[in-house]
Every structure is written in C-alpha cells, then in structure tokens.
Design a protein around this ligand. Structure first.
Ligand code: TXA
Ligand code: MG
Length: 317
C-alpha cells in the first residue's frame, strides 16, 4: 500500500524511520521527485532497481546533507570543490572517485569506481537527509525510461503500490533534473545538462568538455528516455492533422485541438518547470502525436532540448 502524506516534521520523521528499516520513500527535491533508499543498505538499494525496472548498469545519485558528508564518500578535486562551493545545496551532481573503503552499497554506483553525489536544496529533501542520519540513494521516481515526476500525484501514477510512502511537497520548483558533471582526470565533463546552466558552471570552471557519445557514461544519456506514450515531432512550425501542440513563446501556429504552452512569454525557466508536467498531461489526455515548437538552445534550453530529443527518440523495446 502506498501512502501519500503532506510533508511535515511528522511525516518526514516517519519517512526517515522507513528508510532506516530498508524501505523506499518518494520525496520532493528542487529538481524532480526522487525514489529514496538508505544508500548504505544493499538490499534497499537493490529494491530501487527492481521497483523502477532500472537496468543494473545505470548508477544512482547519492543525496547528502552537505559537503562534509560528501567528503566521507568521495574524493574531491579542486574544481569539484569550487563547484560544490558555488552550487550546493542545489541542482548539481558531481561524479567523483569513491573514497576507499566506501560505506556505500556497491550497487549504488553499478560497480563503477565513481559515485554521483548531490546536496539538494529543497527543504523537505534537506530535512529528510538530516532525519535519516545518512546518505540517501535516489533516482527520479519514475519507471525506467519514463517521464520524471514533478508532483506527488505523478509519483503515485508511476509507482502506486510499489513505494511505502510519498512525501507530498507540492510541485518541484525547477522541474528538470540536476546537471551532472564528471571528471576525465581533472578535466570537467558535462555528462547531463540540467537545472544549473552550462554558462553558470563555465563561469566557475572555464569551458566544459562534451562526453564521448559512444560510451554510456550517464545512462540519462541512453537514447530513448523521458518517453511519453505519444510520438513527438520536434522543431514543428505548423500543426498536422491529429496533432496536439507543445508550444513555446507568444506566437503559435493554429490548428491544434489541444495546446500546452511551455512559456507564453518565452521564459526558459518557466518552460523547464512545465516540460515534464505538460508531456504527462498530454499523455493522460490520450493524445497520439505531439508537435513540439522549437525551443532556443541557450541557457536552460540546452537541458530542455536534451530531454525533448530523448523523449522523441525511437523506443528500444
Ligand atoms: O535532479 C536529479 O538529479 C534527480 C533528483 C531526484 O535528485 N535524480 C535523478 O536521478 O535524476 P536519475 O537516476 O534519474 O539520474 C542520475 C543520472 C543518470 O544519468 C546516471 O547515469 C548518472 O546520474 N550517474 C549516476 N552515477 C554515475 C556515475 N558514477 N558515473 C556516471 N554517471 C552517473
Ligand atoms: Mg531519471
């Protein structure tokens, strides 16, 4: 049975107890909802993979209270330290070498020599990490390959009956997952564009490398992901018969029966916050095909376009 409770000190304390008992709990972060387990408990972590039907080679993000807690798990280099100073708590994930011996369940990082760590800013996530008294492994709380949830009811739709408790903290303010940065030696690499814009990171680090596309370094990089049931047609300038429209900006083509506008004022922050919710809304409405207007590629547009391309990619089934 799944309970969904408004997040408050009492439900957060319940959630922390469940985590300590090896159970799964869904909780809000500033980016998307996470499906959390005690990151030190191998069985609990294994049940995340089972619940999400997530391939075991796809590692999880470990949510920590602060830099100090992260230091117990991974080894920072100077650039990673500068990033943590600039953007933590917040929507930035750092992939760094394990500190050995590591207390983390090995499955968290799918056997890789690195672990992904992030200190979330959302007050409910922070309170939960604090109350749990240790790191929480949490991927986005959707079934593998599907749209990430940005509300408690989205989580219920994805995982009903498979998670003990959903902490409802309202809609996630950023609505798109964290930016993931790895290091090739000491050279920083953008593994996944996300909630923190490239330009903000480059202001701290200088130019970022693009990862080698041939290697699955971050399986958010797997081609088909974030996939709605409906088929997407990207960079649409008009609407074809039978299509719904996912619009962007003040001037939109006519002819669609259903229209969702990511941002009528052309604001990329608003568009990022609306993206997954609107894809999910159109899916729920039973739409078969969605025409998506072009979204600029600067700023948060890089992450939005990344998600749209994966949502449009052919399925791998
Ligand atoms: O905003 C977020 O990051 C959300 C919230 C819940 O924190 N979490 C999230 O987790 O998006 P998930 O599992 O959906 O995406 C984690 C990404 C994946 O692309 C994964 O491959 C990458 O991080 N990742 C995790 N550990 C890694 C590692 N050791 N090396 C490379 N990539 C890693
Ligand atoms: Mg995900």
């Amino acid at each position: 049975m799944t309970r969904s409770l408004p997040a408050n000190p009492r439900s957060i304390a319940d959630a922390a107890t469940l985590l300590r008992d090896g159970k799964l709990v869904a909780f809000p972060t500033e980016t998307v909802y996470g499906l959390g387990a005690n990151a030190l408990d191998a069985l609990a972590v294994a049940s995340i993979f089972a619940t999400k039907q997530r391939p075991r080679f796809n590692p999880l993000i470990v949510h920590v209270r602060d830099r100090e807690e992260a230091d117990e798990l991974v080894k920072f280099n100077p650039l990673a330290s500068a990033l943590a100073d600039a953007f933590w708590p917040g929507g930035l994930t750092l992939v760094l070498p394990h500190r050995e011996p590591s207390p983390l369940a090995r499955l968290v990082s799918a056997g890789l020599p690195t672990a992904a760590v992030r200190s979330p800013a959302h007050p409910v996530a922070r309170a939960l990490v604090e109350a749990a008294g240790g790191p929480i492994a949490a991927p986005s709380a959707n079934r593998s390959g599907r749209i990430s949830p940005t509300t408690a009811s989205d989580v219920a739709e994805e995982l009903r009956g498979q998670v003990e408790l959903i902490l409802d903290g309202g809609p996630c303010p950023l609505g798109i997952e964290s930016t993931v940065i790895g290091f090739d030696g000491e050279r920083p690499t953008l593994l996944r564009p996300g909630a923190i814009e490239r330009s903000d990171i480059e202001r701290v680090l200088g130019p970022l490398q693009r990862p080698d596309r041939e290697i699955i370094q971050a399986p958010g990089m797997m081609q088909s992901h974030y996939a709605p049931r409906a088929q997407l047609r990207l960079n649409a300038t008009g609407v074809e018969v039978g299509e719904a429209l996912l619009a962007f900006g003040p001037t939109i083509p006519s002819g669609a029966e259903r229209v969702c506008n990511l941002s009528a004022t052309g604001d990329l922050r608003e568009a990022a916050a609306n993206l997954f919710a609107m894809l999910r809304f159109l899916d729920r409405a039973g739409v078969d095909r969605i025409a998506v207007m072009p979204v600029p590629t600067h700023g948060l547009g890089e992450a939005i376009n990344d998600r749209l391309e994966r949502a449009a990619a052919p399925r791998q089934e």
